[in-house]
Design a protein around this ligand. Sequence first.
Ligand SMILES: Cc1cc2nc3c(=O)[nH]c(=O)nc-3n(C[C@H](O)[C@H](O)[C@H](O)COP(=O)(O)O)c2cc1C
Length: 175
Amino acid sequence: MRILVSPASRHGGTAEIGRAIAGVLRGNGIDVDVTQPADIHDLEPYAGFVIGSALYMGSWLPAAKRFVDDHQEGLRRKPTWLFSSGPLGPAKPAEPIHADVVEHLIAATAAKEHRVFSGRLELDRLSRPERFVARWVGAEDGDYREWDEIEAWTADIAASLKALDEPTPTPGPTR
Ligand SMILES: Cc1cc2nc3c(=O)[nH]c(=O)nc-3n(C[C@H](O)[C@H](O)[C@H](O)COP(=O)(O)O)c2cc1C
């Protein structure tokens, strides 16, 4: 069984989450490709998908949204999980991702679940406009990613995938 993990990342934090997810799946005996959304053309080789994006201004990055829109049918045919990475620390925004964006992503992919994980902010990595927004909303430098939560979520995904992969038992003789 081969799974596609596709994290869309602007400054690397979400890409690292994608690699961590891949590591947990591999540790459970599942083959994984980690590919950013713009580089994916064929979904056929995969038995399932874990698709994610960093959050910017309440939404997914354009490449990730485009990927979902372009491949909705293929994603709907296999089990799909979605994640977003964004909130920075205890002062989580009330709506890290706009509700209508989540609704659209879930409807397009028939995702089993969408999870929001905390992110990482390194002001030095940001463009000037991004730094302006980050300061304006009072975001502070820091790595808030919760690896235990990410690993536990992925372990549940691995268990679901393995259950799907098990042959259905043949019915015993009827009396
Ligand atoms: C300009 C800017 C806008 C952001 N907007 C959001 C947002 O709407 N919701 C959210 O939860 N996090 C937001 N964040 C936090 C990022 O999602 C977080 O830093 C994330 O870890 C970045 O991932 P990346 O390193 O993969 O690009 C924003 C950060 C910046 C710099």
